[in-house]
Design a protein around this ligand. Structure first.
Ligand code: SF4
Length: 360
């Protein structure tokens, strides 16, 4: 059954912190806190467009929900309650900080129909957390996760790459620790330099260099493959394009791309195809023309933007031609390869084959 979110942004509301990368008002372009009437309107409008019987959650994002004044939390949740009672909404999802989780807060959320809590963890490396002004250490995250599990919520973990003090090994450490926490879902965001933040000042003074788009894609690809190996869903990579970043002067620097997640998936397919071509050429040394096979739903990921993946593979393996066959018999996330004349590939790589080889 289809699953839908009705997002409601509550920028910076209730958050007494100033993480060095954050200017929630610029990210969401919502300056005032959203009113009860607006929440109701957002829900009513969304429900009109969603198919009947869809699983729909109302999602309070953008701030730290459990850090808001309790009366205001109640005010928002009470708007959703009638929809829950009528079965129009199946649950509430919200994002918050790990240091604003305790037993009484979780009991309160459970009573109001909250099903999913997404923790803005960002990193599990203490030096990265400190350098980013998060105001808590990894120990706080572990305790929050334990409490969320005890109260039977679904758990989402939001991570960032490219923060000050961060590097690939810190990101892979965070990935490994996150896997141990067994979240139900993960989001990964590359750090962007937003005007008006302390990070923007650091960038201007030359004390911070953001990741390039290419670096961010490679790091996220490696993290994604580790999570996929453990069957942990990565539900988003990169900020939503409509999060107002592309308009005005909000974005100062950093690896922003409106289809960032798609670029990461293309990078995965490129590596997976390269892994397979290497095997094929190992047994057919003089092959100059070959054919790749892929499920039609994965075609654009295999080819890449502007056929970048095909161009790269041809050049890397010194090939004259790579032909593509869309094959309905190929499983999703799989690639096949053989000589150009062949109709059914003898060389195939499922995602799990590829991950096992790539991460070993
Ligand atoms: S805790 Fe969240 S809302 Fe508050 S400053 Fe940090 S990133 Fe922004």
């Amino acid at each position: 059954m289809s699953h839908f979110n009705i997002p409601i942004f509550i920028p910076h509301l209730g958050c007494p912190f100033q993480c060095i990368f954050c200017n929630q008002q610029k990210i969401t372009a919502v300056k005032e806190s959203v009113s009860v009437g607006e929440v109701k309107k957002i829900i009513d409008t969304a429900l009109q467009t969603l198919p009947e019987g869809a699983i729909t959650e109302v999602s309070f994002f953008g701030g730290s929900f459990t850090a808001i004044d309790k009366k205001q939390q109640e005010m928002y949740l009470s708007v959703v309650k009638p929809y829950l009672k009528k079965g129009l909404i199946s649950g509430v999802r919200l994002s918050t900080r790990p240091d604003f989780i305790d037993h009484s807060k979780l009991e309160f959320l459970s009573d109001w129909g909250v099903k999913t809590i997404e923790l803005g963890v960002q990193s599990l490396d203490d030096k990265v957390l400190t350098a980013s002004g998060r105001g808590y250490k990894s120990e706080t995250v572990y305790k929050a996760v334990q409490l969320i599990r005890q109260h039977h919520f679904q758990l989402g973990i939001q991570l960032m790459v490219g923060l000050p003090g961060d590097d690939l090994s810190a990101d892979l450490y965070t990935t490994k620790e996150t896997i141990i926490l067994k979240p139900d879902m993960v989001r990964i965001y590359p750090t962007l330099v937003i005007n008006g933040t302390p990070l923007a000042a650091m960038y201007r003074e030359g004390r911070y260099q953001p990741l390039s788009l290419k670096e961010a894609i490679i790091i996220c690809m490696k993290m994604y493959l580790h999570f996929q190996k453990e069957q942990i869903k990565v539900i988003r990579m990169g900020l939503h394009p409509e999060e107002e970043l592309t308009k005005g002067n909000a974005l100062l620097a950093g690896p922003f791309h409106p289809s960032f997640g798609e670029l990461v998936m293309q990078a995965v397919f490129k590596e997976q195809a390269a892994f397979l071509i290497k095997r094929l050429l190992g047994n057919n040394k003089n092959l100059k023309q070959l054919r790749l096979f892929v499920n039609s739903k994965d075609l654009s990921k295999l080819i890449g933007n502007h056929k970048n993946n095909i161009r790269y593979l041809k050049q890397f393996f010194d090939l004259d031609e790579i032909l593509i066959t869309q094959d309905p018999l190929m499983a999703r996330d799989s690639v096949g390869a053989d000589c150009r004349e062949v109709l059914y590939p003898r060389y195939c790589s499922s995602r799990s084959d590829f991950i096992a080889a790539y991460l070993s």
